[in-house]
Design a protein. Structure first.
Length: 181
């Protein structure tokens, strides 16, 4: 990867400066594109990678936009749409599913004015929906690897096991009290 001085549109010069620093810190390192994309996403207030950011990274690294885009779309940890200020991940793994994670997921979608809920078992393995006001993003993940704690939900990076409706409701009330909205 070579560093180009090609400029593409991006939201601000502060964001461009941050990305420049990140790129310079990772030039020539294995996994550089992953690290650059991850830090750029984490730096964005809505925790996503706008097309302008992908274009800027491609221009600055000298890599084709198609390669940057393919990395961003291959890995589930990258978001191409704005995320909520709060994130709730629901495990869709077998152990969690058999212990009720699907019902928890459907109830979350309903609580937040869903967005979209389907009773069809052919749903996407990984789904992400964000409330129009940007309060919360509800996502599914294939597996947390915490099967002994099933069903598992993660709220703002805190993994919570043995989840049920009353416990989930208490966690959501606590989220509201914290004022993260």
């Amino acid at each position: 990867m070579k560093v180009n001085h090609v400029m593409a549109r991006t939201s601000s010069s502060a964001e461009q400066d941050f990305i420049d620093i990140v790129i310079n810190a990772h030039v020539g390192r294995p996994g550089a594109v992953l690290a650059i994309l991850q830090q750029a996403q984490n730096n964005h207030p809505r925790k996503y990678l706008p097309l302008e950011t992908l274009e800027y990274i491609a221009g600055k690294t000298g890599l084709p936009l198609s390669q940057i885009y393919s990395v961003a779309t291959f890995y589930a940890l990258f978001n191409l749409e704005p995320q909520g200020r709060n994130t709730i991940f629901v495990c869709r793994g077998t152990a969690c599913h058999t212990r009720g994670s699907r019902d928890l997921y459907v109830n979350l979608l309903t609580k937040f004015g869903s967005l979209r809920s389907s009773d069809d078992e052919g749903e996407q393995e990984q789904l992400s929906v964000t409330t129009p006001d940007g309060y919360v993003t509800v996502r599914t993940v294939a597996c947390f690897g915490q099967c002994a704690l099933a069903p598992v939900i993660e709220i703002n990076h805190a993994v919570l096991g043995h989840m049920n409706e009353p416990t989930l409701e208490r966690e959501l009330e606590a989220l509201d009290r914290k004022g993260v909205a």
